[in-house]
Structure formats: C-alpha cells, structure tokens
Design a protein around this ligand. Structure first.
Ligand code: NDP
Ligand code: PYC
Length: 350
C-alpha cells in the first residue's frame, strides 16, 4: 500500500462533510467546520488540517457539542459584537457574527468581536486573513486547555493560547502570522507521536518536570511557552483578554469543564478588527506604502514573511490536491458511519 494518499480539495471537503454529518452535526455548522479543516490542509498546516477531523468526531461522540447550535448575535455596544455560540463550533458562530462586527469596524474604526461558549479547534488565520483581504487589520486570541507550564513552573496551567495578526496589502496576500504562545502547537506534538518521531528539545517537560523529547511524555507532562518569560506573559495576556474580559473560561476552567473526556476545548475568543481607512483618512495610502517599505526591507534581507510558506502551499494544493499519510486517511474513512465505497472503489486504498 502507498504511504500517502492524495485527495482533490473537493474530495477532502466531501470527506469532512460526510464525517461531520454522519456524526449528527447540523448542515450549516458542518459546512463551517469542513471549510476551516480543508483550508488548514490546503495550506499544509498539518496540525490543523484533516487530522483535526478525528478530534471533531470524538467531541461529537461525547455529546458535548451542540449539534444543532443556534448562535445568537448580540449588538453589545457601539464597538462590541458578541456571539453566543450556544456550545457549537466557533467557525459557525464566527460566520454568523462577522458581518455585524465588520459594519461596526467600518463605522467606529475599531470593533471587538467576541465569541462565547464555543468549541474551538482551528487555526486562527482562516478567521483573520479574509478580513485583511477586505482592507482591515485584525488580531485574534483564544485560550485552550491547561497544557502549558508558566516560565519557571513545571505544571500545566495555560492553554497553547494562539495569537494571530493580519495586515492588508494591496498587491499581495495579507501579512499574517498565527502561532501558539506555547513553543509549538499541541497538534504538532500529537502528529509527532502518531508518526513515531521525537520532538525538538525545549518544547516540553515530562510529568516529573524533566525536559523530554518523547511526544507521549510531553502530552502527559507540561508544554513550555515560546521565548521563556516573554511567551509566558503573552500567554497570560491571552487568558485575560479572551477569558475574564469576555466573561468566558480560562484554560484551567475549560480543562476542568472537560472533566477528563479529552474533548476539544470549550471557551471564548476575542478578535479585534481595525479599519485603517477610519484611522487614517487621507493619510491611508501613505501609511500603507510605509508598511510595504517595511515588508520589502524584511524580504530584502532574504528573510521570509510569515504565511509565505502557507501561500505557496495553497498554490500547490489548488493545482495538485492535498497529500496525507495513508494511516490517517484510513482512520478518517473509518469515522464515517458507512465507510465510503467510492474511496475504496477509486483504488486509493489498494
Ligand atoms: P509555528 O510555530 O509553526 O508558527 C507559525 C507562524 O509562524 C506562521 O504564521 C508561520 O508562517 C510563521 N513562520 C514559521 N516559520 C517562519 C519563518 N522562518 N519566518 C517567518 N515566519 C515563519 O506555529 P504553531 O505550532 O505555534 O501554531 C500552529 C497553528 O496552531 C496556528 O495556526 C495556531 O492558530 C494553531 N493553534 C490553535 C489553537 C487553538 O486553540 N485553536 C491553539 C494553538 C495553536 P507559515 O505558515 O507561512 O509557515
Ligand atoms: O494545537 O495546541 C493546539 C490546539 C489546541 C486547540 C486547538 N489546537
């Protein structure tokens, strides 16, 4: 049997949708989740691509996610939109509320978009890159589960707490970065465990608080923040801004709420949206040009901009589809209630 399987983006989407619908997820919610998983795989963000379907199926099996969630969009204040996700997936709540949040950003120059009571498993860039494509700058933050020790500590406390930022560019893809405040995403460690590979030193401690490169030990122990005390403080900031500030759970509470099920984290998310045209008026063009000078200077040193790898991967995937390990493909097929005869008939599984 071949070591990998290649799927077109349509096939990857159909696979996601089928698994999610088979697990009882409502149609619009399933579409929102499938879109974000396929986007992750398309951009070769393997830790947040098709592999995540396993976690989605698991959390749906636990009965925790509201499969028929009805997100409620709340016009909270002149510059604040909240969406109560009704314990559904974040991507669906995002789709329901983002329109009003953008209206407010256009009007006030700055809007806060809050998603509450959501199950969140995705990368953050799919939420903010489209905003920068429409001319906005954006910053997204969300906690997760207590998996990460504070700098100087040895026990899990913070979530992997990603921060993502997007800036609009006229003739290029937006400038976007999106990373965990842990030294790596937990999904990466999980992928190393699945592949039987060790992880890099400096990412995690075992349950006894000793440094480890064994991914299974790392998952049982505590992950480390990036940049020592700096990542630790940034992670604390994510907990505060996307927890107490928005009346939602911090990672410790989300982990306790999980109650040992090992489900996808349930908590809130904060997205700040800036409209540069309101901030700048007539000075918009001059300042967007200044940003381009900065980007040129970065690239001029043969450094690369964040997301360039992702944009290159996207081009490849649009042309040639996405490639995943055969064992992962088999595991995903097995998640279907009635595994697809089409996939077998197509000869992909030999
Ligand atoms: P990485 O450490 O791989 O960093 C990713 C970011 O850094 C990307 O923007 C990437 O761009 C950029 N980057 C990487 N290498 C370079 C380089 N040499 N020069 C310039 N830029 C570079 O990611 P993480 O493991 O920390 O996180 C991966 C994903 O996990 C994120 O998308 C995050 O949102 C997600 N995540 C989600 C969580 C959740 O609760 N929902 C929790 C934690 C993580 P490029 O993509 O082009 O390589
Ligand atoms: O990879 O750390 C991670 C993660 C947590 C929640 C979703 N992804």
């Amino acid at each position: 049997m071949a070591e990998t399987v290649t799927l077109t983006l349509d096939e990857a989407h159909d696979l996601c949708l089928r698994v999610l619908l088979d697990h009882g997820l409502g149609g619009k919610q399933a579409e929102a989740v499938a879109a974000v998983i396929v986007a992750g795989q398309r951009d070769e963000c393997h830790s947040h691509g098709l592999y995540r379907l396993i976690g989605c199926a698991h959390v749906l099996g636990t009965g925790r996610v509201n499969k028929d969630a009805k997100p409620r969009v709340i016009d909270w204040a002149p510059s604040i939109v909240k969406v109560d996700a009704d314990f559904g997936f974040s991507s669906y709540a995002y789709n329901e509320g983002i329109g009003l949040a953008l209206e407010k950003a256009r009007c006030q120059g700055l809007a806060a978009f809050v998603i509450n009571r959501c199950y969140h498993f995705s990368a953050l860039w799919p939420e903010i890159e489209p905003l920068a494509e429409q001319g906005f700058a954006a910053l997204a933050l969300t906690p997760s589960h207590s998996w990460v020790a504070p700098a100087g500590g040895t026990r899990p406390l913070f979530g992997t707490n990603p921060i993502a930022f997007a800036w609009p560019r006229a003739d290029h893809h937006p400038f976007v970065f999106d990373f965990a405040t842990s030294a790596t995403a937990r999904g990466e460690i999980e992928l190393h465990r699945r592949a039987g590979k060790t992880i890099a030193p400096g990412l995690a401690l075992d349950a006894a608080g000793r440094p480890t490169v064994d991914p299974a030990e790392a998952l049982r122990g505590a992950m480390l923040t990036f940049g020592g005390h700096k990542g630790s403080a940034m992670s604390t900031m994510v907990e505060l801004l996307a927890g107490p500030l928005i009346n939602d759970m911090i990672s410790m509470e989300s982990k306790a709420f999980d109650d040992g099920l090992g489900a996808i984290p349930c908590h809130g998310e904060l997205i700040l949206i800036f409209d540069p045209s309101v901030f700048l008026g007539d000075a918009l063009g001059k300042n967007l040009a200044c940003a381009e000078t900065l980007f040129d200077a970065i690239i001029g040193q043969d450094a690369r901009l964040p997301s360039q790898r992702r944009y290159d991967a996207r081009l490849r995937s649009l042309r040639a589809g996405v490639t995943i390990p055969t064992p992962l493909y088999e595991e995903l097929l097995a998640l279907m209630k009635a595994p697809s005869e089409n996939a077998r008939a197509s000869g992909r599984l030999g």
